[in-house]
Structures are given as C-alpha cells and as structure tokens.
Design a protein around this ligand. Sequence first.
Ligand SMILES: Cc1cc2nc3c(=O)[nH]c(=O)nc-3n(C[C@H](O)[C@H](O)[C@H](O)COP(=O)(O)OP(=O)(O)OC[C@H]3O[C@@H](n4cnc5c(N)ncnc54)[C@H](O)[C@@H]3O)c2cc1C
Ligand SMILES: *[C@@H]1O[C@H](CO)[C@@H](O)[C@H](O)[C@H]1NC(C)=O
Ligand SMILES: *[C@@H]1O[C@H](CO)[C@@H](O)[C@H](O)[C@H]1NC(C)=O
Ligand SMILES: *[C@@H]1O[C@H](CO)[C@@H](O)[C@H](O)[C@H]1NC(C)=O
Length: 522
Amino acid sequence: MKPSLEHCFKLLLLLALGGVTMHVPDADVLSSLGALRLYGHFSFHDATAMARDFGNRCSLLPATVLHPGSVSDIAATVRHVFSLGERSPLTIAARGHGHSLMGQSQAAGGIVVRMESLRGDRLQVHDGSMSPFVDAPGGELWINVLHETLKYGLAPKSWTDYLHLTVGGTLSNAGVSGQAFRHGPQVSNVNQLEIVTGRGDVVTCSPEENSDLFYAALGGLGQFGIITRARIALEPAPKMVRWIRVLYSDFASFTEDQEMLIMAKNTFDYIEGFVIINRTGILNNWRTSFKPQDPVQASRFQSDGRVLYCLELTKNFNSNDAGTMEQEVTALLSKLRYIRSTLFHTDVTYLEFLDRVHTSEVKLRAQGLWEVPHPWLNLLIPRSSIHRFAKEVFGKILKDSNNGPILLYPVNKSKWDNRTSVVIPDEEIFYLVGFLSSAPSLSGHGSVAHAMNLNNQIVEFCEEADIGMKQYLAPYTTQQQWKAHFGARWETFERRKHTYDPLAILAPGQRIFPKASLPLSL
Ligand SMILES: Cc1cc2nc3c(=O)[nH]c(=O)nc-3n(C[C@H](O)[C@H](O)[C@H](O)COP(=O)(O)OP(=O)(O)OC[C@H]3O[C@@H](n4cnc5c(N)ncnc54)[C@H](O)[C@@H]3O)c2cc1C
Ligand SMILES: *[C@@H]1O[C@H](CO)[C@@H](O)[C@H](O)[C@H]1NC(C)=O
Ligand SMILES: *[C@@H]1O[C@H](CO)[C@@H](O)[C@H](O)[C@H]1NC(C)=O
Ligand SMILES: *[C@@H]1O[C@H](CO)[C@@H](O)[C@H](O)[C@H]1NC(C)=O
C-alpha cells in the first residue's frame, strides 16, 4: 500500500499544468451548466473550501460547486453531465460534511454538490406507528437528526462515535459504533432511500421496491447515486446513560469479556474498547469527569508504561428505573475480569453521551489540533486472527498511543446484511480496529510520515500473515486494489456501477472507476 498521497499530488500537478489534460472541462461546458434552471445556484468562490477534508492530506480543486435548492437541481445537473456523454471529463462528487480522509468527497476539475445546502426543512419524524421512523435529507448532520427525534422521545438505534457527519456520508460507508453488536451498522437500520442515479433519475428504493439500487447504495461509496433522503428506524430514547470504563492488562481477558458481552442476552447498550500503550503514571485522571468506584485504590493504580486495554460500556436508564439499572450493571460487571481498582463511571444524558466526541473536538480546536492531517487507518479483523494481530501490532510495531486513540471492539456479522455493498471479513465475529492518529507536526513522532510508516507496517503484516483483514474507509487508488478488496463481490459491484452510473460520473474521489471520457485530442 504505497501512500495515496502521491497519487493525489500527481493529479494536482496534472491540473496545474493546465488544459493539456482531460481533467479540465472547457468554458463552454461550464457555461452550459450556468444555463440550467435551478432553485439553487453554482458558485466558484468556495471551490478551495470544497477541496479540503478532515484527512487534510489531499486537496483537489473542483471547477464549480453546486448549492442545490432542491432534489431536482441535483437531478438536472447529473442529467446534464450524463447527456454530455463521453465528450466531457466532468465528474460529480456529493460532499457531506467533508469528513473523508483522502479526498473521497472531492472532484478534481468537476462539480462538488454541497449536500448540506439541502437540509433542515425536510427532516420529518413519523411517530404514529409501532415502528417509528425519521425522513432525513442526505446532507443532514446526525446531531440534528438526534435533536429533532428527541423532541418526540425517540432516537435512531445505531450510531457513529461522532455525530457531526452526514446521513448520506455515513450510509455510503457503513456507520459503526458500540451499538452495532445489537442493531448492526447504520446501513442495517434504513427502511428506504431516495436516490439520484448517475443517469439523473430520481428513484425511491427500499427492500421491497428497486431493492437492487437500495442495497447497492448502502455502503456503496457514493458510486451508484446521490442519497437525497433516508428513512431511518427509531426507538424510544432513554433519558440517561451510565457510562463505564474499566481497565485490563491482559488482552485475552479483555477480548473474551467483550465477546461474552456482545453475545449475552441481557447486556450493556453500548460496547466498545480501546488500547492504551505506554502511558506512564497514575491513570485515574485519564478522563476527569469519570469517578472511580474506589478512589483510594484507583489513586494507587500505576500503569508503568504497560499496554492496557480499556473496556467502555453504557447502560441506558430513566430516572424511575435507576435502581434496576444499578442492579443490572453490578451483576454484569461481577462477571468481568478487569483490574478491580480501575472501575470508573459517570451518569450523563443520552445526548451528552452520543455527542461525546464533539466535546473533544471543541477542546482540540481551541488548541489548534483539530485541523491537522489525520492519517487514520481503520481495519476489520476476523476474530480468529485478533490475538496474532494484537501480539504483533501492540507488542512490536507500536511503541506508544499518544498520537490518537486506538479503538478495538467486536461485532457480530449476522447483523450486517450481505446484500449491501459493505465489505467485511468472512467470519461470524470480527473486530473493528481504528488507529485514529493526528499528525500536528512536520517531522518526528507527530508527523504524517511517522504515522504512515506505522500504518504501512500494520497493513503489510496483515497481508504477509494472511490475517483476512478488510479495510474500512479504504483509501485505495487503483482498480486492482479495489478488486482485491471486494473479492467475490466485485462482479456485483461492477454490474451495479454499469447499471446506475454507466459513465462513472459519481464520487470520483474513491478512485474505483475512471470517468468514461474521450481524450480531447481525438
Ligand atoms: C471524528 C470522526 C469520527 C468518526 N467516527 C466514525 C465512527 O464512529 N464510525 C464510522 O462508521 N465512521 C466514523 N467516521 C467516518 C465517517 O463515516 C466518514 O468520515 C464519512 O465519510 C462521513 O463523513 P461525511 O458525512 O462528511 O461524508 P463525506 O466525507 O463528505 O463523503 C463521504 C463519501 O460519501 C459520498 N457522499 C457524501 N454524501 C453522499 C450522499 N448524500 N449520497 C451519496 N454519496 C455521498 C462522498 O462523495 C464521499 O465519497 C468518523 C469520522 C470522523 C472525522
Ligand atoms: C451472532 O448472532 C447470531 C444471531 O443473533 C447468533 O445466533 C450467534 O450465536 C451470534 N454469534 C456469536 C459468536 O455471538
Ligand atoms: C514510552 O514513552 C516514553 C516517553 O513518554 C519513552 O521515553 C519510551 O521510550 C517509551 N517506551 C517504549 C517501549 O517505546
Ligand atoms: C447472504 O446471507 C444469506 C443468509 O444469511 C445466505 O443464504 C446467502 O447465501 C448470502 N449471500 C451471499 C452472496 O453471501
């Protein structure tokens, strides 16, 4: 896996060299876009802002930005580009909140559709039936979906760790967090989608209607259409959660407990975990708002620079059932094998818990540490290899975890619908392992080069040891890599592309299918 950074820079260079490449649309094409009758508008002034993402390592300038005023604006734009056929090099990228890592929501010399322009008014909760749901615009942030549904005492069931991401953006990947063991990823909790295909058709789809497009788009990396609306299943929202963290020094006990908990009938409502490498000193202040169960014991606990594993759990409750919650939590914790002095907990509202990463964002922004490069690596590792993986990665490759959190928790494959486009390992239980590094400095330990070197070592180990790993939010740059990623599912993926976006107009930043276009010199 050679850095995709190089690929990104090469493209930039091509663009900088000007009209000689087929990536640059001509002025006639752009003015023909200007002639479309729209509720919204095209703009050029925010093109640089749309050439950035959370990864901060890839920047490709679009030719123009569409601020849609309606779904029909998106359809008209796609239809227009489709009608230009292979004469045009134009591509179209839907941009959610731009929280991609490697240019996936960018379109070099093409059109970026700012999905956030199309939100708000169409957010509608339907609470009348036994199975309540919300209709949300594709560009809506999950935090806003939560605020709106809470007004009805309801909330979506499956989340991501961070809610300042869009509905269309996470559904194009999978959407995984500590509820996925029970409810499956976010793509398993959608009843219906409205999609603008790569031909410019507006299609409503669900498991019953146009089901092939419905499943294609879920985890579809934006390849088959632009999700303009999603119907998301809701459940009654709890008022409060007990949020618990306990530590382990033994990886086997940690993962056995995690697996026992995700299998148990009566269990926690959220189950995650993370790895702490080489943090010296007393650990009871590693998150100040957590209270230790036994303050005296906890204050004596020293990590001594060991590798520790933190199990993170929540149990939902309402003020009238706090007593029952206490009993259930005590009973569940008594079955676990964590280091007894390291039980920390706190009670917070459901909203505070779900929006927890935003609290960190605010702190990091204040220190200028949010808008830095993020060379993240997200892996899905089959259960049968997780011990081999941990021994090599946490025992040898990584020397510290100071550049960002390392998530590690299991999920059950039975909750992942195999008709979607999401690619997962072929095993009943697999782990999500996220190395969420920040690279605030230009050289040394905090640099992109340092993090990428470690990422590459981890990926190379997985390949050499034949771990059966799949990447999540994969940054592949060649079709050959994507074919290997999809394996037996490639044929389906390719067939669906041919059906719904035959000219490969959509989401070029995923670098899966090149835009069908004739070189200008012909
Ligand atoms: C701090 C942070 C925490 C995160 N935590 C989690 C987590 O816990 N679990 C998890 O699963 N992921 C997590 N993610 C990853 C997240 O799912 C991706 O960043 C994803 O890309 C969503 O971001 P976005 O909405 O900004 O979409 P973008 O980055 O804007 O878009 C992502 C891709 O989808 C396409 N796209 C965007 N909108 C649409 C649409 N409406 N229709 C079709 N295609 C579209 C884009 O063209 C692009 O290819 C996290 C990311 C960050 C930055
Ligand atoms: C995974 O979930 C399925 C269905 O709920 C269940 O039958 C199976 O036992 C689970 N597997 C494990 C290993 O927990
Ligand atoms: C642990 O971190 C300290 C500094 O925080 C460093 O000096 C030491 O070398 C690290 N240990 C290992 C095994 O990398
Ligand atoms: C998907 O899962 C179903 C049942 O869980 C199974 O019958 C089917 O063969 C699977 N399909 C693929 C393509 O793996």
